[in-house]
Design a protein around this ligand. Structure first.
Ligand code: 5GP
Length: 115
């Protein structure tokens, strides 16, 4: 079945989003329910449901997501202060949209996991 998540609809401009980056491979837009002062999602345009589904031949997809996030942090001036990137996978990871995506969280000290 073809991928048709809410993120596919954003990529196709069928629903609005605050888009901060786009190229031929991926799109970046602000999360609708931000968990930090800066919360941007980077999403590949290739349909891939979860991190489990990324094939070795698609390794570049993950590199592009990470580099896009770092470039955005540099452009916005918070790269040196720091930020967090997260990929949630399936139920225990808290994934709710089944098109693989990378969260970029920044703009304040985020604390450590598990504390
Ligand atoms: P996940 O839990 O799958 O890792 O992350 C999905 C993220 O997508 C959540 O942080 C959620 O707030 C965000 N989200 C869900 N629907 C929309 C939407 O329609 N627009 C935007 N911009 N973000 C969304």
């Amino acid at each position: 079945m073809p991928s048709d998540t809410i993120f596919d609809k954003i990529i196709r401009r069928e629903i609005p989003a605050d888009i901060v980056f786009e190229d031929e491979h991926l799109i970046g837009f602000r999360d609708i329910a931000p968990q930090a002062p800066v919360h941007v999602l980077f999403v590949p345009k290739t349909p891939i449901a979860t991190l489990n589904d990324v094939q070795p031949s698609q390794a570049e997809v993950l590199g592009r997501l990470a580099i896009a996030a770092a470039d955005f942090a540099k452009q916005q001036g918070f790269a040196q202060d720091g930020y967090r990137v997260v990929i949630n996978c399936n139920g225990h990871g808290g994934q709710t949209v089944f098109q693989v995506h990378l969260h970029l969280l920044a703009g304040a000290p985020l604390g450590r996991f598990g504390t």
